[in-house]
Every structure is written in structure tokens, then in C-alpha cells.
Design a protein around this ligand. Structure first.
Ligand code: SF4
Length: 299
């Protein structure tokens, strides 16, 4: 059998994305401000604008002197994502946004309004190195990891759309975030964790969305699940299993050649024991491939 290539490291980049406020933890935001000769309290003001009002248009930040706004725009709030187009369905309650990043790379997020919640599904990488044969993103390979700022920016954009009443049904609050868009979140661990802290930290230093309402989906990078056990953030873990037997999973989800079903589930069990959070199993039914009753019985 030919070995399917897995890519864990992003290709060397020509130009790194600019550093953004959301790449830094609250302490580092203040430190960077002071290094730039800006009083530390300005970091709090920026946090209120960005995480409470979902506003990254520094020219409208009227509590900050005009001449400082330009510096903040350059040093803390560079434009990381630009909307290319939106496609809506379900009478506008589901909206897929295509974003262009600073280097022209494109990623998608999907915002979905339900009767009891509003969820955004975000991308953590441009492309993906996990090479699952049924997935269009995987076939394109890994272009690069997204920064914490780029991941967070997708969530802040969704929160802004909700607060502005742009979804049918009027103003609402973004309540859930799922890492199920482009990319394998565990393969971009540090940026994903910084963005999860931005999402779950109470306002003004974060968006104040409950960790329980954040779902991190993985195809089974056991080293990532084990690290997550020690983060102290009880997000909901979802394991994309797609089949319970190693024989098929080795081809359907090539990371299975590194970590077998038993190891992935053991790591998920450990996460559940440590956090008290039940994990979920994801299973994309593919006709005549993984939809046999005996496979269901193995679950
Ligand atoms: S890990 Fe997810 S995004 Fe990556 S190739 Fe597999 S299914 Fe696609």
C-alpha cells in the first residue's frame, strides 16, 4: 500500500502575517503598548473596542486621541481578513463567508442561526495537511497555519454580524464557536489555543463565550488531545472517527497510520475524565464505504 503523506509543518512563508492584538495575551498586549511608548491602559480600551463592541475600525475609537489611532491601527489592529463574498441559504439564516487574508490566501467561515443559538464554524488553517481522501480541503494540501489573530478575527466578524442584526430575526448574540472549518486545529495548536482563550476569556479581555459552547474537532492527533487535557479550558471535544476499525480508517483518515482508533479514544476518554466534559464522535456516512451495520455495532 502506498503511504499517504501527512503534513504537520506549514511550508516556509514569504511574509508573516502582521502581529495583531489578538495574537497576544492580555499581559503581552500591555507590555507591547508600553514598549511602543503607549500607556498600558490603552490596551484595556482596545480590548473593549475589539472584544465588547466588535469594532476594529480605529478611526471610530473616539476615546483615543486621533494621532494615536493610526499607530494603534498599524501596531495592534492591522486588517487581517477582508470579506470577498457571502453566500446565504436557509432564508439567510446560514451564511458562508469567504475571507481573503493579508497574503491573498482564502479561508471560509459559516454562520448559522438556529432557534436557540447562533454558531460560527471557523477555519484554523488555510488548506489542511491531513490528506483525508473524502475532503476537498485535504486534497488541496496545507497552504499555511492561521495566526490566533486571523482565527479570532473570524469569530469577532461573526459576533459583529449578529450584534448588527444582519441575520434574519434581528439582533442576536453569537453563542457557539466550532472549529470545524478548514484545517486540523490540533496541527496548529498554539494559535488555536490563543484564539480559544480570546473567545472564552470574560470581556473586555475576550469575547466571554463559555468554553462549553466552543467545540474543537480533531481527526485524532493524540499529542494535541493530551496537551488539551492540561489547558484547564473545558471546551467540547469532537473526534472525527468516521469508522471504528483501523483497517478502513488507515485509508479514510490517514492520521490513523500514526495513532490508531484505540489510542485516539483512550486520549478522548482521558480528556473526559479530566474535564468532566463528554466528547462527541463525528461520523460522515459514505455510501458502501463506512455505512455497514457491523461498523455501527462496533461504535
Ligand atoms: S482533517 Fe478535516 S479538513 Fe483536514 S483533510 Fe481531514 S477532513 Fe479535511
Amino acid at each position: 500500500m502506498t503511504e499517504i503523506k501527512l503534513v504537520f509543518d506549514e511550508p516556509k512563508q514569504r511574509v508573516k502575517p502582521p502581529v495583531h492584538f489578538a495574537d497576544l495575551d492580555p499581559g503581552a498586549r500591555k507590555t507591547r503598548a508600553v514598549e511602543l511608548g503607549i500607556p498600558a491602559f490603552r490596551a484595556n480600551q482596545m480590548a473593549v473596542h475589539f472584544f465588547t463592541h466588535f469594532n476594529d475600525e480605529t478611526e471610530t475609537w473616539s476615546d483615543i486621541p486621533k494621532d494615536l489611532r493610526e499607530t494603534l491601527a498599524k501596531e495592534f489592529v492591522p486588517k487581517l481578513i477582508t470579506l470577498v463574498r457571502s453566500v446565504t441559504t436557509d432564508s439567510g439564516k446560514t451564511r458562508k463567508d469567504l475571507w481573503r487574508l493579508h497574503d491573498g490566501v482564502l479561508v471560509e467561515s459559516v454562520l448559522m442561526r438556529y432557534s436557540d443559538r447562533t454558531t460560527v464554524c471557523i477555519s484554523s488553517q488555510a488548506g489542511c495537511g491531513m490528506n483525508c481522501p473524502f475532503c476537498a480541503t485535504g486534497q488541496a494540501g496545507l497552504t499555511r497555519n492561521l495566526t490566533a489573530g486571523e482565527i479570532t478575527a473570524q469569530v469577532v466578524a461573526a459576533a459583529r454580524i449578529c450584534a448588527a442584526g444582519e441575520l434574519p430575526g434581528g439582533e442576536t448574540r453569537l453563542s457557539n464557536v466550532v472549529f470545524m472549518g478548514m484545517g486540523e486545529p490540533m496541527a496548529n495548536y498554539n494559535s488555536v489555543m490563543r484564539s480559544i482563550r480570546n473567545i472564552t476569556t470574560a470581556q473586555p479581555d475576550g469575547l466571554g463565550i463559555s468554553a462549553r459552547s466552543v467545540t474543537l474537532s480533531t481527526v485524532g492527533l493524540v499529542n494535541g488531545i493530551e496537551k488539551l487535557c492540561d489547558e484547564g479550558i473545558p471546551v467540547t471535544l469532537a473526534v472525527s472517527l468516521h469508522t471504528p476499525d483501523d483497517e478502513l480508517r488507515d485509508t479514510l483518515v490517514p492520521i490513523n497510520s500514526r495513532w490508531k482508533v484505540r489510542e485516539v479514544l483512550a486520549a478522548a476518554d482521558k480528556y473526559e475524565a479530566k474535564t468532566g466534559r463528554r466528547y462527541s464522535i463525528e461520523y460522515a456516512l459514505i455510501r458502501d464505504i463506512n455505512d455497514q451495520a457491523w461498523r455501527a455495532d462496533l461504535l
